[in-house]
Design a protein around this ligand. Structure first.
Ligand SMILES: Cc1cc2nc3c(=O)[nH]c(=O)nc-3n(C[C@H](O)[C@H](O)[C@H](O)COP(=O)(O)OP(=O)(O)OC[C@H]3O[C@@H](n4cnc5c(N)ncnc54)[C@H](O)[C@@H]3O)c2cc1C
Ligand SMILES: *[C@@H]1O[C@H](CO)[C@@H](O)[C@H](O)[C@H]1NC(C)=O
Ligand SMILES: *[C@@H]1O[C@H](CO)[C@@H](O)[C@H](O)[C@H]1NC(C)=O
Ligand SMILES: *[C@@H]1O[C@H](CO)[C@@H](O)[C@H](O)[C@H]1NC(C)=O
Ligand SMILES: *[C@@H]1O[C@H](CO)[C@@H](O)[C@H](O)[C@H]1NC(C)=O
Ligand SMILES: *[C@@H]1O[C@H](CO)[C@@H](O)[C@H](O)[C@H]1NC(C)=O
Ligand SMILES: *[C@@H]1O[C@H](CO)[C@@H](O)[C@H](O)[C@H]1NC(C)=O
Ligand SMILES: *[C@@H]1O[C@H](CO)[C@@H](O)[C@H](O)[C@H]1NC(C)=O
Ligand SMILES: *[C@@H]1O[C@H](CO)[C@@H](O)[C@H](O)[C@H]1NC(C)=O
Length: 566
């Protein structure tokens, strides 16, 4: 090729690149490699304004691969493999997330070392945030350069909402401030806890215990209270007694997409306050802190139980499970919250938490199930006790939670289904589990925790439900094809069985199928349109995007990860 030809081709590609770039700024987020992508000098300047808190992504498993990051270290990789399933491993790594599907298997310790380690779906940069100003600077920079914005707290989100290719993430994990307050307002007078965006469930429980109060959080100790949990609704061991996480909120301190610091409460920016109380994480604004009600300390009883399905006793096994299901209305009405797992191998109650009840009372509520086990002479373990504090109970019976190596889908189960048609519910669970799926349930009564189902944005069907049912299938760290098939099994085979029992029903947006058809109705119910209008008010440019979040249907992620308007 002659010199002119080379020049011509270069010019042409420059022009094409420019055209492409223009298109991408109007309809797509700017992506690494685009002309619009900030220069190294831009990133350095951004880092300086942040006082050095900008972290360029190195995938957590780069030590397990030869190429790209020059980090290969066989010993470090083996050590990482050993701790991979502990949430803490990923929580402290700025870009790491736990929902395996959304890591796209682009770099993990179970793949051979000679497979490429790439960023895949991981963010490009994280801002190790410590205050509202760090949020504001990140908002301004990402907006000016049209870069995708993500908020990551712990990275627990099952739908991959805390990651995104080509994104800059506000990483909130290190914002651990927590304090007691005596809150006074027209809507609440009493004790409250104000906590920073990075506070985890166990930290809140420990802090509350040290101050002789009880705070509401989830089952898993390392879920972030202020992030996806409370913003998504939030169930837990105290739900039947005190309601959902979203029902405890007094005020939010946020930074909006435009970079303004606001307080959202029932009296100020009440629409935003409402949306953040259960309308989904990473969608309306970036939360700096949450102030939540706390409750006077109580004694707490708790019970756990397990019994096997050996195959030989299958009919009797399922009858016991049916008896357990039928006992749930009495349990939740007595203030008990219940979490359990039914697998092809057996049943595990993990646990039932009974605030303000005695051991004798929880034993009574468990008696129908225990009597059936005795009657059928099925071997089982049962443990119950009364504890002086909620924290003691939590420490004694909460099961350790690993990173989920499953994919999942979910469905709310209305109280009426268990009251009127427990047989068909049982038959459906049995059919799914016999087919190899995992079934996990959480049972609660949160009907009277709020004056009306519309008091907060959390799906109104929480208030009519006795249970959130979750179904799980397997995940492979080495074979993407299996993962796609297993996830389709959830969408096309498992959830339709629960949907058939619950027409017009819903699901918990934090523990649902990311491919859920009609996600607007299923995850948000009658609140969707109001939530969408509130998002338009506070985030008119859709700076916040989260898969299955409100407004997310206006965007699609392309094969290479680029986020574009549809
Ligand atoms: C093992 C395990 C156990 C669980 N147990 C429970 C349970 O008992 N009860 C329950 O209700 N749920 C439970 N969940 C679901 C959990 O509530 C969700 O995964 C939730 O999204 C986690 O929130 P996070 O902030 O910790 O995680 P992240 O993945 O970091 O964030 C989740 C979402 O919230 C957004 N977000 C985070 N921080 C902020 C912020 N400061 N401002 C704005 N947006 C933010 C993120 O952008 C993302 O969209 C569990 C999940 C797992 C994996
Ligand atoms: C930001 O600055 C800090 C401190 O100077 C440095 O350690 C870090 O590597 C920088 N980040 C990036 C992405 O350059
Ligand atoms: C939990 O994770 C740890 C660390 O990866 C692992 O050793 C352990 O086997 C896991 N436990 C279960 C029940 O999966
Ligand atoms: C990696 O190594 C294995 C065996 O050592 C080989 O079979 C495979 O082809 C290699 N893969 C790549 C991507 O080089
Ligand atoms: C995820 O993996 C698929 C299959 O390997 C690939 O085609 C796709 O580009 C990847 N996505 C990202 C964002 O890396
Ligand atoms: C993030 O900032 C905290 C201080 O807030 C610091 O202790 C920690 O080392 C930083 N982490 C990374 C990965 O930069
Ligand atoms: C389940 O429902 C059936 C039919 O409505 C009823 O006869 C039975 O008593 C219920 N089971 C239990 C354990 O309550
Ligand atoms: C129940 O809790 C007790 C007390 O902590 C514990 O020893 C036991 O292993 C637990 N059993 C189950 C089935 O979780
Ligand atoms: C919750 O309890 C109240 C009062 O006991 C009852 O009226 C309501 O039906 C229960 N709701 C659910 C969903 O179990």
């Amino acid at each position: 090729m002659g010199l002119y030809a080379v020049l011509f081709v270069s010019l042409l590609s420059l022009l094409l690149g420019f055209v492409h770039n223009t298109t991408s700024t109007s309809s797509c987020r700017c992506f690494p490699g685009d002309l619009c992508w900030p220069t190294p000098e831009d990133w350095d300047a951004f880092n300086s304004t942040l006082g050095g808190k900008l972290v360029a992504t190195i995938p957590i498993a780069s030590v397990c691969h030869y190429d790209n990051f020059e980090a290969y270290d066989e010993e470090a990789c083996a050590a990482l493999r050993d701790i991979w399933f502990f949430p803490e491993t990923h929580i402290v790594w700025p870009s790491s997330i736990m929902a395996p599907f959304f890591t796209n298997n682009s770099c993990n310790p179970f793949l051979p070392a000679n497979v490429s380690c790439t960023l895949g779906n991981y963010v490009s940069y994280s801002v190790n945030a410590s205050d509202a100003e760090d949020y504001q600077k990140t908002m301004h920079f990402t907006r000016r350069h049209n870069i995708r914005l993500v908020v990551k707290n712990t990275g627990h989100d099952y739908n991959g909402k805390s990651t995104g290719a080509g994104a800059v993430s506000i990483w909130t994990h290190n914002m651990k401030d927590i304090e007691m307050q005596t809150y006074s307002s027209s809507y609440y007078n009493g004790k409250a806890v104000k906590m920073g965006a990075g506070v985890e469930v166990h930290e809140l429980y420990e802090f509350a215990d040290a101050h002789d109060v009880i705070a509401v959080g989830g089952n898993c100790p390392s879920v972030g209270v202020v992030g996806g949990y409370t913003q998504g609704g939030g169930h837990g061991p105290l739900a039947s007694k005190f309601g959902l996480g979203s029902d405890q909120v007094l005020e939010w301190e946020v930074v909006t997409a435009a970079g303004n610091i606001l307080t959202a409460s029932p009296n100020e920016h009440a629409d935003l306050y409402w949306a953040l109380c259960g309308g989904g994480g990473g969608t309306y604004a970036a939360v700096v802190s949450l102030t939540a009600k706390v409750h006077p300390a109580l004694t707490v009883s708790a019970a756990n139980m397990s019994f096997p399905n050996t195959g030989d006793n299958a009919d009797q096994f399922w009858e016991v499970v049916g008896t357990f299901h039928a006992s749930l209305p009495d349990m939740v009405d007595a203030g008990v919250s219940v979490i359990w797992l039914t697998t092809p191998d057996g049943f595990t109650l993990m646990p039932a938490t009974a605030p303000d009840l005695t051991k004798a009372e929880i034993d009574d509520l468990m008696a129908p199930t225990l009597d059936k086990l005795e009657e059928y002479e099925i071997q089982y373990t049962y443990f119950s006790d009364e504890f002086p504090t909620y924290l003691d109970s939590y420490h004694a019976v909460n099961t350790p939670w690993n990173v989920s190596d499953h994919q999942l889908g979910g469905r709310f189960i209305p109280r009426t289904l268990i009251d009127d048609n427990n047989e068909s519910f049982l038959a459906t669970v049995r059919n799914m589990v016999d087919g190899g799926a995992l079934f996990s349930g959480v049972a609660f009564n949160v009907t009277d925790a709020v004056p009306s189902p519309d008091t907060v944005a959390a799906h109104p069907l929480w208030r009519e439900s006795i249970m959130h049912a979750v179904v799980g299938t397997g995940y492979s760290y080495t074979d993407e094809q299996i993962n796609i098939e297993e996830q389709l099994t959830i969408t096309n085979e498992l959830l339709p069985q629960l949907e058939a029992l619950t027409p017009g029903g819903g699901a918990y947006l934090n523990e649902g199928d990311w491919r859920q058809p009609n996600f607007k109705e299923v995850f948000y119910g009658s609140h969707y349109d109001s939530l969408n209008a509130i998002k338009a008010r506070y985030d008119p440019e859709d700076r916040f995007y989260a898969l299955t979040g409100v407004g997310s249907d206006r965007w699609a992620q392309r094969e290479d990860g680029r986020l574009c308007r549809v």
